[in-house]
Design a protein around this ligand. Structure first.
Ligand SMILES: [Fe+2]
Length: 275
């Protein structure tokens, strides 16, 4: 299989016009992750660029990273040792493989992270191409999951840092909060590609599936996610702007030492109900 994830582009986002923007969009759809280095952007410039892709993501009162009183933030500071910001999120802990906002009705379609001040000793971020993972599944497994739905429980109903990837056993515990289900095999709204729409970060289950069958299926699918070579690993430098297709990728960050400074800003774009 061709490994196609990740593409570096050489542009100045602060001066971008629509012709170049369409080129970025095309590359993003083809490579899932686009890296633009050496940017120097104000929040206004970052948001203006993000809005070229569409309206910013709004979780419609659902709890998501950086939301306050039911209002979704435009710019979320993902930071550790970032005292100049009133609110910075995710600290130094490991962030398990996920696509953003899978527990809401209309998850974001794409997101971008802009590196403000990242110590070289902090962790890289990796993205996995979940269209490639879907293609790699056995025919039997594809048939088995063709009409399955995945329910993802909103992690913000649990104390911060407590939620780990877990297949829910309803006889023991039903996680609090709303229960949002999406197709486990989703179709990309722009490319038509099929995507394994799973994550490895939160409490989840497959709808209308017994616990034992669900756990087995979960483990099989996790093996494919763990073993694919369709992964891009990004080692951050200040000024990097990384844009990813949030429909068709998972992203992951290992933990790093608590003393290390790492400051990035994230902006997410609206998405649709997965189908
Ligand atoms: Fe994320």
């Amino acid at each position: 299989m061709n490994i196609n994830i990740g593409k570096e582009l050489f542009l100045d986002i602060s001066k971008i016009e629509y012709e170049t923007f369409f080129y970025v969009k095309k590359k993003l759809l083809a490579h899932k992750v686009v890296v633009i280095k050496k940017q120097s952007l104000t929040d206004e410039q970052l948001v203006a660029f993000a809005k070229m892709f569409g309206p910013l993501f709004d979780a419609n009162k659902a709890q998501v990273l950086g939301a306050e009183n039911g209002k979704t933030s435009e710019v979320v500071v993902v930071g550790n040792n970032a005292p100049e910001f009133e609110k910075a999120f995710l600290g130094h802990q490991e962030v398990l493989p996920h696509s953003d906002h899978q527990w809401v009705a209309e998850p974001s379609s794409l997101s971008m992270l802009y590196a403000i001040d990242v110590d070289a000793k902090s962790s890289p971020t990796t993205w996995t191409d979940t269209t490639a993972v879907y293609k790699e599944l056995s025919k039997d497994l594809k048939d088995q999951i063709a009409s399955k739905e995945i329910t993802t429980f909103n992690p913000f109903y649990r104390p911060f840092g407590e939620v780990i990837a877990k297949y829910v056993n309803r006889e023991e515990d039903v996680p609090p909060g709303e229960q949002i289900s999406h197709p486990l095999v989703r179709t990309h709204s722009e490319t038509g590609d099929k995507i394994l729409y799973m994550h490895r970060a939160y409490e989840m289950e497959f709808k209308n599936t017994s616990y034992n069958q669900g756990v087995q299926l979960w483990q099989k699918l996790n093996d494919y996610i763990d073993n694919t070579k369709a992964v891009y690993e990004h080692h951050w430098e200040n000024g990097d702007l990384v844009i990813w297709d949030n429909r068709a990728t998972l992203h992951y960050r290992p933990s790093f030492a608590k003393s290390i400074r790492r400051v990035l800003k994230r902006v997410s774009i609206t998405g649709e109900k997965p189908f």
